[in-house]
Design a protein around this ligand. Structure first.
Ligand code: ZN
Length: 357
């Protein structure tokens, strides 16, 4: 009894001796069958024993209850002199920070921010952008197609997919807005491919589009060069080297060059390189000694894209609407700005990484 650890155990002991079928209860019941003298003596002994057990149990129960109360008090004790717990405030993900910076720069140059759906139709993702079925250019995008039974598309005979770029918004936007227009389209895109330090199955893309009467490649060059100068000057943590030293008026001097290239939805098309950020153009291992780094794909909007957007031919042929479009990876921009060597870090949820921003 003295060893009982809790009230339940005490209950069990009580039952064993004093309960309805308890040992002592049964002995008391059986007294009747004894001769008178013996019954008197045995009765007295049993009652003493009964009282003794009851008293012991009561005392033990009291002890256990006191101990419990003490434990609760100890546990719930408030130390009013203890220092408060610090709430560590969170912050924006590095990709969000970079996206906002990009948006801010383009907004300062008159561009609007536009968004589009992540689930896209085959038409907007490919055909409308002059990439017809069976065109080899479709191989440039490893597409995640959605199963037909999951489709809720109201558009007849349209296969659905996870967009491979935010370029579909070009056509979506021009269907509803007449030029002149300047937009950028940031957003998440998806590719069906193996991941490694520079590939992810989902990442962020920024599409740009400017259409007006006399927009030329010269306009594109000026705007994009300004963008990179502003972007890589703004609190470029961790960047040093000669390029940093050649800042002018707080803005980093970055040259750009255009290399002829092919994209189905632009004509002519080009790849855009910028001065290597690590060496400032002198040539280093980071740029394979060329002094240049590849940054984006761009070009003049293909007439077929205007046509697919519902803009009538006379509006874009012969002094009519023309414009440029460009597309770049937001992750790559962030990686270059912060010298990050693995794209997967952005999606790892690792606080050791995220807390550095
Ligand atoms: Zn370099």
């Amino acid at each position: 009894m003295k060893k009982a650890r809790d009230l339940k155990e005490l209950d069990r002991i009580f039952g064993k001796y004093l309960g309805k079928k308890g040992k002592i209860t049964i002995l008391l019941k059986n007294l009747k069958s004894l001769p008178k003298e013996k019954r008197k003596r045995r009765g007295k002994e049993l009652n003493l024993l009964k009282e003794f057990i009851e008293k012991e149990i009561e005392e033990k129960a009291k002890e256990i209850k006191e101990k419990l109360t003490a434990e609760i008090l100890k546990k719930e004790k408030i130390d009013i002199t203890a220092p408060g717990k610090k709430i560590s405030p969170g912050h924006l993900h590095p990709l969000t920070q970079v996206q906002r910076k990009v948006e801010e720069i383009f907004q300062s140059m008159g561009f609007s921010i536009v968004e589009g759906p992540e689930i896209e139709t085959e038409w907007y993702n490919f055909d409308a952008l002059n990439i017809p079925k069976d065109h080899p250019a479709r191989d440039m995008w490893n597409t995640l197609w959605l199963k037909p039974q999951n489709q809720k598309s109201k558009i007849k005979n349209q296969k659905l997919l996870l967009r491979t770029h935010t370029s579909p918004v070009q056509v979506r936007y021009m269907e509803k807005h007449n030029p002149p227009l300047r937009i950028i389209v940031p957003g998440r895109v998806f590719r069906h491919e193996a991941t490694d330090s520079s590939h992810e199955t989902n990442f962020y893309h920024i599409e740009g589009l400017m259409v007006d009467k006399n927009v030329s490649v010269a306009n594109f060059k000026a705007i994009i060069q300004k963008f990179y100068q502003k972007f890589f000057s703004a609190s470029a943590k961790g960047y040093g080297g000669p390029a940093e030293a050649s800042r002018e008026g707080g803005e980093r001097q970055i040259e750009i060059r255009l290399i002829p290239c092919y994209f189905p939805f632009t004509e002519p098309s080009f790849e855009v390189d910028i001065t290597c950020l690590a060496c400032g153009g002198k040539g280093c291992p980071a740029c394979q000694k060329t002094g240049w780094m590849e940054m984006m794909g761009a070009g003049m909007v293909h007439p077929a894209v205007f046509k697919n957007s519902g803009l009538t031919p006379h509006q874009y042929i012969g002094g009519g609407w023309q414009g440029f479009a460009f597309g770049m990876g937001l992750d790559r921009l962030a990686m270059m700005k912060y010298k990050i060597n693995d794209i997967r870090l952005f999606y790892s949820g690792d606080l050791r990484f995220l807390n550095q921003f």
